[in-house]
Design a protein around this ligand. Structure first.
Ligand SMILES: [Mg+2]
Ligand SMILES: [Zn+2]
Length: 277
């Protein structure tokens, strides 16, 4: 499905991916902490700091140990990424879908990994915690939801980011382009918050036996979207491409109907002209 007509049809599909344990198989924060050897301090401080601030603190620790931005980037490039997930992202993008990321990791980690695998240009938007390199050359992580502004008020998500709010923003931003269908893929509790914003024609692809799965099992009535679970990269690819294929066939069917309507209209017109003549 890569002719012009299918690209136009598939542009109606917005695919929103979580990043950690969805696109990559691990958690990028844990990966850096473990691979660069600061797990002990991380575990010690986990009870005293919110996750997001703790990661910023861990990067300070790594900097003080002499680890550079390049060391962190090299370490991120080793994060395992299932080749089937790489190919499914590339096919979805090539078929014309609008791909986005909503993640509680941070911009530097996500961009470094996606660039390394040649995937960065497949995504039209990455919603995540901002990062920057300060004057000392230390990587800093900020909060997606500014803690100086009023709290987002969601009791499912951490204070620095509510994925449900981001989903609402995405839906509002694309609504001017006409009717869109969403596919959401994720594994975490915050992804459950995002999936509460899906509508009846949308699809939810939760990772089976991960926190989102438990939430869905106990709150299934709250989810309006069609649910298609997945467990690994192979599942993800098969399920996602099957969904895209069914969307495409649906679009084709409805465009055939439009053609027939036009034909009927023309005949009607012709016969009425003849009658008048
Ligand atoms: Mg995740
Ligand atoms: Zn939330």
């Amino acid at each position: 499905m890569n002719d012009k007509r299918s690209v136009v049809a598939m542009a109606r599909v917005v695919i929103v991916f979580d990043f950690d344990k969805t696109i990559i198989d691990c958690d990028s924060d844990n990966w850096i902490v473990d691979e660069l050897g600061v797990t002990q301090l991380f575990t010690q401080l986990l009870r005293t700091l919110p996750w997001n601030s703790l990661m910023d603190r861990m990067l300070m620790e790594l900097h003080s140990q002499g680890k550079t931005i390049e060391d962190i980037a090299e370490c991120l490039k080793k994060v395992p990424l299932n080749p089937r997930i790489i190919s499914s992202i590339k096919s979805a993008h090539a078929s014309g879908c609008d791909l986005r990321i909503v993640s509680d990791a941070n911009a530097f980690f996500i961009e470094t990994i996606l660039k390394h695998h040649g995937l960065i240009n497949c995504f039209s938007e990455i919603n995540t915690n901002p990062s920057f390199i300060d004057r000392e050359g230390r990587l800093r992580i900020l909060q997606f939801h500014d803690l100086n502004s009023p709290p987002h008020g969601c009791n499912i998500c951490p204070p620095n980011m509510c994925k449900g709010l981001i989903m609402e923003k995405i839906r509002a931003s694309v609504s001017a382009e006409g009717n869109k269908r969403f596919i959401y893929l994720g594994d975490g509790t915050a992804d459950f918050c995002a999936s509460l914003k899906l509508e009846g024609g949308d699809f939810l692809m939760p990772r089976k036996d991960f926190p989102i799965w438990e939430k869905i099992c106990t709150n299934q009535r709250l989810i309006k979207a069609n649910i298609h679970e997945w467990s690994n990269g192979e599942d993800l690819e098969t399920t996602l491409l099957k969904l895209l294929n069914s969307f495409f066939l649906e679009e084709e069917k409805s465009s055939v109907r439009t053609d027939q309507l036009v034909e009927v209209d023309c005949k009607f017109l012709t016969s009425s002209i003849i009658t008048h003549a």
